[in-house]
Design a protein around this ligand. Structure first.
Ligand SMILES: [Mg+2]
Length: 224
């Protein structure tokens, strides 16, 4: 596995500390823009700072600028702002419609684990509390960077098939590389960003609908 995809020590430590596996099929589920809205909150956060997205594209660096400018802010400023954004917002993000009911249904047949890229280790408890508050008390692993290595480590010794749900093309590509047998679902709650996506050949379902996602996963389980 290349350096880029290899999971960090703190990710492996979180995986080692997870409850024992049920051995059921594994659903690895992202949080931002999948079960909680993120883009809408980030747009409001940026607007309050006289900033916005340049395009509805799946890219943060190179895609955020001040309102009076076409020149994107630099990578360091994006990183700083994202940390500030999550520190301010992790305890109040709104639920994507149908997410809690869908995961509850799926958890009857599957082991559900959240794998989320969340800056700031102090933000993890806030995210866990908000997920539990919305009826999603499933284990949370926080990661940074492409998720392939973390997904491979997470799925080792757990049930099959493995389903991976994420909005980010980078994460879907990374998981496809590191764990090619994984069934990939690209879930994007925001209609504008979903419409702008160039579908990846490895992705079996591109959706923003949790009922469709649930039916799709139950069909996979029936066939396996
Ligand atoms: Mg996400």
């Amino acid at each position: 596995m290349s350096e880029l995809h290899a999971p960090a020590r703190e990710v492996l430590d979180q995986i080692a500390a997870l409850p024992a596996t049920s051995g059921r099929p594994l659903v690895i589920c992202d949080v931002d823009e999948v079960v909680f809205h993120m883009i809408a909150h980030l747009e409001a956060f940026l607007a309050a700072r006289d900033m916005g997205f340049l395009r509805h594209a799946y890219q943060l660096t190179g895609n955020i600028a001040r309102k009076d400018s076409d020149t994107p802010i630099g990578q360091d400023e994006v990183r700083r702002m994202l940390l500030e954004f999550f520190t301010e917002t992790s305890d109040k993000q709104s639920l994507v419609e149908g997410a809690a009911a869908a995961l509850e249904r799926l958890s009857a047949d599957c082991e559900v684990i959240f794998l989320t890229n969340l800056p700031g280790s102090a933000n993890k408890p806030a995210r866990e509390r908000l997920l539990a508050h919305h009826g999603m008390p499933y284990p949370v692993v926080t990661n940074s960077g492409p998720k392939g290595g973390a997904a491979a480590a997470l799925s080792a010794g757990r049930g099959r098939p493995v389903v991976f749900i994420d909005d980010s093309p980078q994460n879907l590509k990374s998981v496809n590389l590191c764990l090619p047998e994984t069934h990939l679902i690209q879930f994007v709650a925001d209609d504008r960003f979903r419409a702008a996506i160039d579908p990846l050949p490895s992705v079996r379902l591109l959706t923003g609908d949790w009922q469709e996602t649930t039916r799709h996963i139950l069909t996979i389980l029936d066939r396996s």
